[in-house]
Design a protein. Structure first.
Length: 252
């Protein structure tokens, strides 16, 4: 008759040292294989696209491989593997690394393409169309608006060739840090809609795209103006400006 302890499950057995060594070699082999494959891929891409990683291609390449080595070090602890699944996973990761590398290498053209697309879809965002040149798209009303900044605060401007000055609405002026209560609103300002009165004030910086002006004289209209204006005092500081094919080009 069997004893009371004979049907109990076997105790957990410690795997033999040979199995542990085999598992360690397997994980190490997988890890080294992935690192070698990634290094070869990145080196090949860096040769195809010189200086795509910055000033020190070799140093940056080693840094990328080092980060990947750290993130993938969990492969060292793999004890058994499905070779088909492992190959598929490795190819996926190598493909992701390649796409990221290509995106980094072509970051400037891709950024320019994105900005151009944004300028087409959302009139008001200036697109750098050349050195010292910005292009604006016509809005639905047939005018030209541009999103710039005053003292680091985003401001939407309407380009108004009938306005004599750069004119800020009270709301935009207040957002840019101007105290409206201390201003004298006795200055006459010509706009496309006639003569209005505003207050003169100096702002530290006015920026439109890559064009940056410092210590700029502007007029502030406390009320009655729906949008801030870039008038002739701004346009005269450009080298030239022109219109064509529903576009406005600013050059400086």
């Amino acid at each position: 008759m069997p004893g009371p302890w004979e049907n109990l499950p076997d105790p957990v057995r410690t795997p033999p040292r040979s199995a542990v060594r085999t598992a360690s070699r397997l994980g190490l082999g997988l890890w080294l294989g992935v690192l070698v494959g990634l290094t070869v891929l990145l080196f090949g891409l860096s040769r195809l696209f010189p200086n795509s990683l910055g000033g020190g291609d070799t140093a940056n390449l080693l840094q990328l491989v080092g980060w990947f080595a750290l993130l993938s070090s969990s492969l060292l602890f793999v004890r058994q593997v499905n070779l088909k699944h492992a190959a598929r996973t490795t190819l996926i990761w190598v493909g992701i690394a390649g796409v990221l590398m290509l995106g980094y290498a072509w970051r400037d053209p891709l950024l320019e393409m994105g900005l151009h697309l944004r300028g087409q879809l959302i009139p008001g965002y200036p697109v750098a169309s050349g050195a010292g040149e910005l292009t604006l798209s016509e809005d639905e009303a047939g005018g030209y608006q541009v999103i710039g900044s005053v003292n680091g605060t985003a401001v939407r401007f309407l380009i108004d060739t009938g306005a004599s000055d750069i004119v800020l609405t009270g709301k935009d002026a207040r957002a840019a840090g101007i105290d409206l209560d201390t201003l004298d609103y006795g200055r006459a300002v010509a706009t496309a809609n006639g003569i209005t009165h505003g207050a003169s004030v100096m702002v530290k910086e006015l920026k439109v795209g890559h064009l940056v002006l410092t210590d700029v004289k502007v007029s502030v209209q406390r009320e009655g103006l729906g949008v801030s204006l870039l008038g002739m005092s701004f346009l005269r500081q450009l080298k030239s400006f022109g219109f064509g094919q529903h576009k406005m080009v600013l050059r400086w």
